[in-house]
Ligand binder design. Sequence first.
Ligand code: UDX
Length: 413
Amino acid sequence: MDIDAAKVQALRAGRVPIYEPGLDKLLADNAARISFSTSYDELLEESRILFVAVDTPPTPSGDADLSRVQRVVDEVAQRGGPRLVVMKSTVPVGTGERVVADLEAAGMRDITYVSNPEFLREGAAIEDFLAPDRIVIGAFREEDGDEVEALYRGVEAPIVRTSVPTAEMIKYAANAFLSTKISFINEIANVCEAVGADVREVARGMGLDHRIGPHFLNAGIGFGGSCFPKDVQALKQLAGNSGYHFQLLTAVIEVNHLQKRRVVGKLKERLGSLRGKRVALLGLTFKPHTDDLREAASIVLAARLRSEGAEVTAFDPLVPGPKHVQFPGVRLFADALGAVREADAAVLVTEWPEFATLDWKAVAGAMREPFLVDGRNFLDPAALSAAGFTYVGIGVPPVTPAPVGQAGAATLG
Ligand code: UDX
């Protein structure tokens, strides 16, 4: 059930309203077992278990906005059912207890509540759902947890059974820790630039320590998306509301803001003033394999470049052009070559796989100046050098164009 009639209509017609690899096929394969509705009456009358999966965007204070959750709770309260409410939405610790209190205040006695946070990544959602690292189930009563656990029969994963507040906290703590890892490696990258070390090798050397692990150590222009930025902020706010100043998260957030802006510094270092210079952005979505632009670094970067007086062009495989409300004043092209034509610099913002196989020689030829900032350390510096580029990554030694006929890269200094 969704309040957005257009979404429901699309789903009824077998169209998935977002880009998520494999989801359209999964929907088609299971069409006989799934129905869509815009009506609370229809939904709540017929169901025994209700999964709440509404969004909880940040309010201006950084708290999570629970108005959508509240709406669902009110609708449940009005109708006296269904019996078991399972919270998938990321909600602040204490929400479960409040929801139950609200429902009881509305005179409902036999309603129960389970917290079952979701950990799936956009672009890999199906895989993460069917083969999760763990399933977290927080319940007030043992039998409710058992009922939700039974739904996952057949999915191989450790099950973490716990209290409702602990389950709520696990979700925030996991996202905050992953964000911390990213901001940490980004700061290491910034120091690497100052001292001439290579963050990719540092990350590999660190990640082989099993206590650290190799994941989420890719330095770049920072994290975006619908979860990390808002959840880190919400946890910081939750701590603050409870009287605790979460210093580490304050730094994680600030590092992430600054990381996007450092790209502008790299461009200025090379080009001087950006006024009148043409900068091409390659990739706009917050990460590949999704069409999601929420909290994408590209939005901040494009706005900063525009305010520096640069002319900004862009290409993203899933963001249609030539104009987009999120990118005022930016010209969007239908292919990478169009976006880079006559550009003074290009910035790789999203590591779409197709950028690895771009004809970089042709790109260099189309640009006014073959200068590339690789915001994701995604491309091979030696190959870019061979294609004629001056290449600057994040925390990696920059390279200059290789002399004609030579494949190797010349390190700048
Ligand atoms: C995340 C969590 O991974 C998931 O468990 C949670 O349920 C929702 O939030 P998602 O937002 O889809 O999932 O993206 P993820 O793949 O985790 O990446 C988040 C951001 O971090 C992206 O902008 C990505 O580019 C960035 N990132 C990730 C890095 O900059 N470096 C890394 O090493 C990893």
